[in-house]
Design a protein around this ligand. Structure first.
Ligand code: OOG
Ligand code: NI
Length: 465
């Protein structure tokens, strides 16, 4: 009997999720259509250069989703489901500190980690967990009611988890089991039609709209599904022209003439959706909630720790300037700072150790040959090897918090006199029983692997840097 491999399961899951989300949120379908048009136009005008950060095939299929769960137990189950698809937890994000309003969650992203798997299908899911133990948001009484509520729900049916464990262990599933797995997995992320307990939802909403979205209902849902676009400024204009009201900024680095780094994102609020609500007297009425939205992103080059520190520092300068010049457009301020302080070429990013690249042998040896130098920069300059930028596969805490906040109703409340509760990557690893991987280490491994190969092929001894 035929079997379906992990990456095929992942690609198929992403595609079915996209079809489902398109049925449920029509604006998403518009967004995907406009993204595709922009990508085709960019490919036409920039040629091969447009594919420098991923083939058009990869970029067209590329999506990230976002989901939110309530407890470590639920997160552990999420990890099993995504483990089946060859997706592993990467990075730790504490959005409680990154957000000005109440966003009581910590997060990680499940994604493929090695180059070949990413090239096959890079599907990733930003996954947040409610920080129920954080007393700044939840007093002891509310916390205990919330824990009881969450303990009494089941997000993932047991047969889904059994199939998931089998897929993770065997790295594939027989075709009929694959079909069962995919159907059940997609169903988990559909918006539930079960009536929402209105009073309970409102209680949580007073603390935080995010808390209500997660802990106020008996299921979970995909919260947004984000296509990747090659020119996000153009996308923004075209969506606005179509009358879709976008948030007022593109988050992340500004548009400028130098290399694109990290991640730029923007979003729009989805319309209110009608949902059955159970009132205090037990009757079911029709209500509406605005919980899902649309987001789009452009991905750039992955930065090293030093590059990221530089980026964060520049962001700090932009903040400072923006507070001094409240009427100036933030994008213009940022661009001016970028033009003065950000390397204007990939070569300079590499030479200063600010971004990750992989290296491969050029076709044929340089004409004025000699023997290859033992320095990467020189090898590239003399034409022995080619450098290719590594695309950023992760997220940015500040943009993530911005996306959460721009789509919240109300600020929520936070009692800053209470102690916060520490959660970190180690805590998360323990809670989900698998290591939360360090994104920098993954990029570095990719870069070093390619350097080792180049050195071997050129007969160089010692480590290339
Ligand atoms: C997740 C927000 C973060 C991103 O792209 O930064 C995110 C959420 O709203 O649940 O998806
Ligand atoms: Ni997102």
């Amino acid at each position: 009997m035929s079997t379906i491999s992990q990456w095929q399961l992942r690609a198929e899951f992403a595609e079915r999720l996209s079809a489902m989300y398109g049925r449920e949120v029509p604006a998403y379908t518009t967004l995907v259509g406009v993204s595709r048009e922009v990508n085709e136009d960019v490919l036409r005008s920039r040629g091969a250069d447009a594919e420098r950060l991923g083939s058009i095939g990869r970029v067209t299929a590329e999506r990230h989703g976002a989901i939110r769960v309530g407890t470590p137990r639920e997160l552990r189950q999420v990890a099993r489901v995504f483990g089946a698809l060859g997706m592993h937890p990467v990075g730790f994000y504490d959005l409680r500190e990154a957000a000005a309003s109440a966003v009581p969650v910590v997060s990680t992203a499940f994604r493929p980690v090695d180059g070949a798997e990413l090239a096959r299908n890079p599907f990733r899911v930003f996954t947040s967990m409610l920080t129920v133990a954080d007393q700044r948001f939840f007093d002891p009484d509310l916390r205990s009611r919330l824990e009881t509520f969450l303990a009494g729900r089941e997000l993932f049916p047991p047969e889904l988890l059994t199939l998931a464990d089998r897929a993770a262990a065997d790295r594939e599933l027989p075709a009929d089991d694959a079909e069962r797995f995919l159907r059940r997995a997609v169903r988990v992320f559909e918006l539930s039609r079960e009536p929402v307990d209105r009073a309970w939802y409102r209680t949580l909403e007073r603390v935080s709209a995010v808390a209500a979205d997660i802990g106020g209902v008996r299921g979970t849902h995909i919260n947004h599904l984000t296509p990747r676009v090659l020119d996000i400024d153009e996308l923004y204009r075209r969506m606005t022209d179509r009358g879709v009201e976008m948030i007022d900024t593109i988050q992340g680095p500004p548009a400028w003439k130098g290399p694109d780094v990290l991640l730029r994102q923007t979003s729009f609020r989805a319309l209110a959706e009608s949902r059955p609500m159970r009132t205090e007297d037990g009757s079911v009425v029709s209500g509406s909630l605005r919980v899902r939205f649309g987001e789009v992103e452009a991905r750039g080059i992955a930065l090293t720790r030093a590059g990221r520190a530089h980026y964060d520092e520049l962001l700090g300068r932009v903040d400072e300037q923006a507070s001094q010049h409240p009427t100036a457009a933030r994008g213009d301020l940022a661009r001016a700072i970028w033009e003065r302080h950000m390397p204007g070429s990939e070569e300079e990013l590499a030479a200063r150790g600010l971004a990750y690249f992989t290296y491969r042998l050029a076709d044929g040896r340089p004409r004025d040959g000699g023997s290859p130098p033992a320095d990467v920069g020189e090898l590239v300059r003399q034409g022995w090897v080619l450098a290719e930028p590594v695309v950023y596969e992760d997220f940015l805490p500040r943009s993530a918090a911005g996306i959460f906040q721009s789509n919240l109703t109300g600020e929520g409340t936070r009692d800053n006199d209470q102690q916060s509760t520490a959660y970190d990557a180690d805590w998360l690893s323990g809670a989900i029983d698998r290591e939360v991987l360090d994104p920098f280490a993954l990029y570095e491994r990719q870069q070093n692997g390619s350097l080792a190969q180049v050195a071997r092929a050129l007969g160089l001894t010692g480590t290339l840097r």
